[in-house]
Design a protein around this ligand. Structure first.
Ligand SMILES: Nc1ncnc2c1ncn2[C@@H]1O[C@H](COP(=O)(O)OP(=O)(O)OP(=O)(O)O)[C@@H](O)[C@H]1O
Ligand SMILES: [Mg+2]
Length: 380
């Protein structure tokens, strides 16, 4: 692996500070007064569904869009009126935006040429970065003679070669096939770690965000819904939207039967109830969703196990490569999704029609008020 000699970040401080930044296009509120601090060297992903404002946010950091409100600070300076080329950023676009009449080498060298770097320095830097992204064999090709994945790698190389203070990536690996994408993810992470370059990645691919990021910013309808480490986002989603968008989840509708501090007795529509620990103050009575990941649910052979929270019948079994999922009908609105992983005793013996008990550890579940505003307030 090459060592890209990008200036190491200063310890502490803030590399990028977004404060109350909003953007509206002809009646569409693309981004609604968002605030976010990114530490030097941090890898942050903006994750969310199509149209939630990820690209608009990135383009405002880059200086390609002007915010209607708020300030953007890069490296301690407010850059709202600084042109893109003076912000010290490298960017890879959702569309490759390569110069069609220039070769791979010339495309990558462009930024350094514009800066007036000596030809020998440019040659060395471009060769290093071409090796890094596996393009050393193709310096003389034109973009029209490359595959989509190769074009994307030229775009990445072109952003890295200028040794940016902040690297902005908009779905940079989206065009690659799965295997190459996974390989490039590992490489991208290694490059980023080695160089310590502050990186903001836009993606709607939750696996990519979980794999690459130090922190994930989940967005919906122009707003930030949650900011946290990949494990926070995965195991402590802030609400049903995050739980549903990131990974597979069960959101089982129930109703409070009794609330005493953080101990909440919940009753499922099938009449089963149990006492849950909760860090949300829940009004009573109130509808709640019990959140549990499919891999956190344990199957118990005895259908009447008194300690188990639910019981049900296996409706379908879906084989998904590394994991197999059972859909268990337990008298709730939707079947409960259970991952038949190594945790499950005799998982291979689970079959359609089996009647089983379902259980989970309290630490692996969350209660989410169904009507957030009316029924609850966060206490922690
Ligand atoms: N130049 C524009 N003019 C008008 N509306 C725009 C413009 N650019 C973006 N929008 C709208 O702003 C909203 C946010 O768009 P944005 O491109 O930031 O979404 P995104 O999260 O990057 O989505 P995707 O994952 O599809 O790329 C969308 O409703 C989009 O239609
Ligand atoms: Mg986009």
């Amino acid at each position: 692996m090459q060592r890209l000699d990008i200036e190491a970040p200063a310890a502490g401080g803030v590399a990028v500070e977004i404060d109350g930044v909003g953007k509206r296009y002809q009646g569409v509120e693309a981004v609604r007064a968002i605030s976010l601090s990114i530490a030097p060297g941090e890898f942050v992903s903006l994750l969310g569904p199509s149209g939630c404002g990820k690209t608009t946010t990135l383009r405002m950091i880059a200086g390609l869009e002007v915010p209607d409100s708020g300030t953007i600070n890069i490296g301690g300076t407010v850059v709202n009126s600084t042109p893109p080329w003076s912000r010290g950023i490298g960017m890879v676009f959702q569309s490759y935006a390569l110069f069609p009449h220039m070769t791979v080498f010339e495309n990558i060298a462009f930024g350094l040429k514009m800066r007036g770097e000596p030809a020998q320095n440019i040659k060395t830097a471009v060769n290093d970065v071409m090796e890094l992204v596996h393009l050393s064999e193709l310096p003389d090709r034109l973009p029209s003679q490359l595959s989509g994945g190769q074009r994307q790698r030229v775009a990445l190389a072109r952003a890295l070669v200028i040794k940016p203070r902040v690297l902005l990536l908009d779905e940079p690996l989206g065009a690659l096939d799965r295997k190459l994408r996974e390989q490039m993810q590992v490489e991208l992470k290694l490059i980023q770690r080695q160089a310590g370059v502050t990186t903001v990645l836009v993606t709607h691919d939750q696996e990519e965000a979980l794999t690459l990021s130090d922190r994930i910013v989940v967005m919906s309808s122009g707003q930030i819904v949650q900011i946290g480490s990949p494990s926070d986002i995965y195991s402590r989603p802030a609400n049903q939207f995050v739980a549903d968008f990131v990974g597979m989840s069960n959101l089982m509708r129930a109703r409070t039967a009794l609330v005493e501090g953080n101990r909440v007795s919940v009753r499922f529509p099938n009449g089963r109830s149990y006492i849950a620990q909760n860090d949300v103050s829940v009004a009573h009575p109130c509808d709640v969703d019990v959140f549990v990941r499919p891999e956190s649910i344990k199957l118990v052979r005895r259908p009447d196990a008194s300690s188990a929270k639910l019981s049900g019948t296996v409706e379908h079994i879906v084989y998904a490569g590394a994991s197999t999922y059972a859909h268990v009908s337990a008298g709730l609105e939707k079947p409960v999704l259970v991952c038949l992983n190594q945790k499950q005793l005799d998982a291979s013996a689970v079959g359609i029609g089996d009647h089983l008990s379902l259980d989970w550890d309290e630490a692996d579940s969350l209660l989410m008020p169904a009507l957030v505003d009316k029924c609850a307030r966060r206490t922690s």
